[in-house]
Design a protein around this ligand. Structure first.
Ligand code: 13P
Length: 255
């Protein structure tokens, strides 16, 4: 069975003092987890090592970087490679978040390279995909997301793709308070699974967790997690509030 995952994405928020307090609160409040369930904290680079060591003793907790460079090494001031993340024991990395696609010009081809860098370094990529509002309004979301998968994720072999997690984050639902309905989320997750199945076969398609992201909160988590193809959430704003994120983890553990 595929894992159920509640992933936090802090983005560029919180001082280290605030982040430390948040992690302490979560560790104190979240239920002990079976190995079918996982919490992943995607935190800013400077906090990765500290959050890793804080969560080490708590089963079910993992840490993710929010990005890595698409090349292995070199004269790229200010950048961080997948190899560097691996060298400090980081197990996951977000790849292709819509904010990076938009503000940093990350193309499907660059993201394919990032996926390869992650896999080469035994880092599990959390590959983000999702359509803008104009595409949804034209009813073209299935084709748009299939293309993101084909042009980036499909660079991975069948053997490699089993390491990946997918996060479907419709751009119109990110930070807007406008969540996709559970029907919209389920329909897209099923579509993604079918696209995976055509390329990688039924067994692998059934193994890859597909998370939903976009205005997930304590109040809508139960409904989203009840969808058969929604295997968890990638949470932005609500992951910065201990009580909200704890409630989302609780909802996941009940699902
Ligand atoms: P919000 O939960 O704030 O909508 O952000 C979603 C997101 O982008 C997570 O990566």
């Amino acid at each position: 069975m595929r894992k159920k995952i509640a992933a936090a994405n802090w983005k560029m928020n919180l001082t280290w003092q605030q982040g430390n307090e948040l992690v302490q609160s979560l560790l104190g409040a979240t239920p002990s987890m079976q190995d079918t369930h996982q919490v992943i904290l995607s935190v800013p680079f400077p906090y990765l090592a500290s959050v890793s060591s804080m969560t080490k003793g708590t089963s079910g907790y993992q840490v993710a970087a929010q990005n890595c460079h698409h090349l292995a090494a070199g004269a790229y001031t200010g950048e961080v490679s997948a190899g560097m993340l691996a060298s400090i024991g980081i197990p996951y990395c977000l790849v292709g978040h819509s904010e990076r696609r938009e503000y940093n010009g990350e193309t499907n081809a660059v993201l394919a390279d990032k996926l390869v860098r992650c896999i080469e370094n035994s880092i599990r990529p959390i590959f983000c995909c999702g359509e803008p509002l104009a595409i949804r309004d034209q009813g073209q979301q299935n084709e748009y997301v299939a293309r993101q998968l084909q042009e980036s994720l499909f660079v991975l072999s069948a053997e490699q793709v089993g390491q990946a997690v997918i996060a479907y984050e419709p751009i119109w639902a990110i930070g807007t308070g406008r969540t996709a309905s559970s029907e919209q989320a389920q329909a897209m997750h099923l579509h993604i699974r079918q696209v995976l199945e055509v390329h990688y076969g039924q067994q692998l398609a059934g193994q890859i967790p597909i998370l939903y992201g976009g205005s997930v909160k304590a109040s809508n988590a139960d409904e989203l997690f009840a969808c058969p193809d929604v295997d968890g959430a990638l949470v932005g704003g609500a992951s910065l509030v201990a009580s909200e994120f704890t409630a989302i983890v609780n909802a996941l553990c009940k699902s």
